[in-house]
Design a protein around this ligand. Sequence first.
Ligand SMILES: Cc1cc2nc3c(=O)[nH]c(=O)nc-3n(C[C@H](O)[C@H](O)[C@H](O)COP(=O)(O)OP(=O)(O)OC[C@H]3O[C@@H](n4cnc5c(N)ncnc54)[C@H](O)[C@@H]3O)c2cc1C
Length: 397
Amino acid sequence: MIDTNSLPKILADVNAFVQETLLPLDTELLDKEWSVIEARLATIRQDVKNQGWWTPQIHQEWGGMGLSHHDFGQLSALLGQSPFGHYCFNCQAPDAGNMEILVEYGTKEQQDRYLRPLLAGEIRSCFSMTEPELAGSNPVRMGTTAQLDGQDYLINGHKWFTTAADGAAFAIVMCITDPDAESPYQRASQIIVPTDTSGFELVRNIPIMGESGSGYMSHAELRYTNVRVPKGNLLGGAGSGFAIAQKRLGPGRIHHCMRWLGICERAFGLMCQRAVSRELAPGKPLAQKQTIQNWIAESRASINAARLLVLDAARKIDEQGQYAARVEISTIKFYCAQVLQQVLDRAIQVHGALGITDDTVLAYWYRHERGARIYDGPDEVHKSRVAREILKAYRPK
Ligand SMILES: Cc1cc2nc3c(=O)[nH]c(=O)nc-3n(C[C@H](O)[C@H](O)[C@H](O)COP(=O)(O)OP(=O)(O)OC[C@H]3O[C@@H](n4cnc5c(N)ncnc54)[C@H](O)[C@@H]3O)c2cc1C
């Protein structure tokens, strides 16, 4: 753990770095292929390493900064101001979640082969769970199977929305290993599949809102056809797939929410700049209109409220563990996604036609972050969980 007294300086330095080095990259890179982006960001990633900011969420023993969820959340919000922030600091989803579970559940062999190069930023990874044929909101229903065949698992199945599979060195794949287990939560396991294994097929990068993306910035449809991997690629015990998945989800939601709040801050700043500089008539900027003022005041209030909710959830995870914080985690997931959509939409509206061009970063986020209300559990699932927990106290005795 870093000394908490040094955190304000680290945050100030990281913010300056994001403003000076990363924000100018939007217009230069956002329409480029991943290979171009990756090459352009390589030296920046090295600078981040040299500054001692690499993998901030990972324990120092593994070469990270060892930040708590609460402290990493604050840093994550700064990185979120740039679409490249988390990648440059090696704390991007889904690698960050994969690092966390490999640290906790990986065998020494798995850690040497997959975790260490991931931590070093030499390779990327992906997490392959959702399937096109079955509702992802009820993840216990899964068609992908892994059958033991001698000393190997033989994997067959169809997945999609596997973020960043394009160019990833390995996938962590959720598969049914024991379809007869009494509890549906003990039927699945997580298995590491190197993406150069025969039978692993990247069918396509799925077009999303007009863009297929590439490399890290893509979501793939995948087929697993008789994919053979050694038994030693099983993560944790057989049947522990959901228990491990739960473990990554709580911290993952803090990371996503704070990243979204970084996007909100950026969009808010752009909205305010445009409001004061765009004149409807000489000396009459948009900022004088009450509707615009309302949007600015309401956006500020909801971003601040969301930030406090997320930091409260992060502190609860740090102090009491993620099970104790499950209501707070679900609350921030739907609340922050809603704030994100609203702030982005208002910022675009204030920019008029410019808002929907790719001349600012707003349209990129509008396209790419509509998914925030869907991934890691749709809004409705989280609201339902929050309400059920609340209602327990009101049940008739
Ligand atoms: C950008 C993006 C990235 C993703 N990355 C990954 C990844 O890396 N790996 C991976 O495995 N998956 C990933 N996913 C998939 C994601 O986890 C699923 O989309 C999500 O779990 C929802 O599943 P579904 O799409 O099958 O929707 P469905 O389960 O079919 O649900 C459809 C809709 O039904 C409604 N609904 C569902 N349940 C309820 C309920 N209980 N009450 C009321 N309404 C309900 C909601 O409105 C929901 O949006 C990603 C998705 C997106 C959009």
